[in-house]
Design a protein around this ligand. Sequence first.
Ligand code: SF4
Ligand code: SF4
Length: 479
Amino acid sequence: MNVLVNNRFPAVDVGALALSGYVHRHQVAEGVIALYHPFGHEIAFIPEELAEPLDARRFEQLPPEILNDLIQRSFLVPEDFDRTALDQVSVPPIKGFFSLWLLMVQTCNMACRYCVVEADKQTRKVAQDPEKTQAGTRMTPETADRAIEVFRDNLERNRQPFAKTTIYGGEPLLNRLTVAHVVPRLRQMRWEGQTQPLEILCFTNGLIYDPKITDIFAENDVTVGLSLDGLKSHNDASRPLLNGGGSFDKIVASLKRYKEAGVRVGLSCTIGKHNKDDLAEIAAFFADELGVNAFQLQTPIDVPGNRNPLYVQMGEAAKPAWEAFKAMRARGGEEGLAMRRLVPFMTGRFHHRDCAAVGGELVVSPDGTLGPCHNATIGGEQYFNGNVTDPKCNPEVQSNFIEWHARMPVNMPGCHGCSFIGLCGGGCPYNALINKGSIWEKDPQQCYYMKNYVDLLLEDCWERYVESRHSAQAGGLGL
Ligand code: SF4
Ligand code: SF4
């Protein structure tokens, strides 16, 4: 049977077509199936009774407009489509680095139960007396200056239009000397090709509040990221002080002081057993009670030795995380984890990389060595080498970065044929490394999460489609 698909396409031998193996299906309402194709993020809603003839290739039972639509949007494809589909996907090359992470210290004054730093015996020992952190685990101003030079040279060489820097640790404010030194220097940094001001962030746990540092942040337009795992009961179950007490009151007091001083604040909330069922309530609390309408849920990762006692399967947390996104959206705010994939989804873009560690992130540890991921200093030490203090330092040619930059689903045979390959980005290579021994393994959090995430997205699209049809009818369009 030949059908003319439309004026642009020649007649197609429909008998030679079949539903692409990449297509995912999900029931979004009674009698309605959503089909999702990862190339271009195409969605089609079809009546449930058409699913069986579609599978059995009895295309004559499909209404012609549905058949044509499924062919045009590559749900129905020729036999060799799936085999060659990935060859057509263009992978944007990495142009140097755009994100610098400066690890001020490798120690912390808190004892979060899921933290890689806390789980590490060496750093935990030092953490008992964090203010006396030894040289070598504390970045000096000279090392920070060299890191900035290496980064700036790279930005200029690649004519990067936009860049950001994250001041991080352990707890970075245990090294206020270098923080105070580095922030104005970052703000003064310029490079050829720059089109936007450098974004500067400092991630702190909020236990130390230093008014002098706050003034420096306010003067230099630094955004503070505070970690808070929810309401008091959630946060204090996961983020205890070194003496075992709760940290919630101190974090919230710091948040208020930063805001009063005119410093922009975002919140980061790590998902775990302690909060996974209450994420929508937590989003509402952040927006309504704390006045923060930008926050980021963090996917739980394991710590070396599988010793994260709060670890949960992200697939189980997908629905509450989606509800948190919706709660924030209803308040005009944003939740970063959901948005990370919504943007490529809405623009039809293939989402190759889920994390900047596989595409443009340059992490400098306190002693000046360089690596791709800020957590990998513990459990991924083999990926830290070179040193910013070496005058010949050029991270772009280092094998650690070259390997991580290639680590994405299109280069992972186990991911080929997956329905979510256009939206997944491969999750967290570090979680794959510590769970399965290699960054080239699948992140154990990812597949289950992606299935549930896409199902929720399809349900949301269906709800909006139905709403828009109702309002169009109410407006008299009769669509
Ligand atoms: S690899 Fe994992 S732990 Fe490292 S930066 Fe990326 S998401 Fe975070
Ligand atoms: S990690 Fe899992 S969900 Fe992601 S592309 Fe690979 S197989 Fe698909």
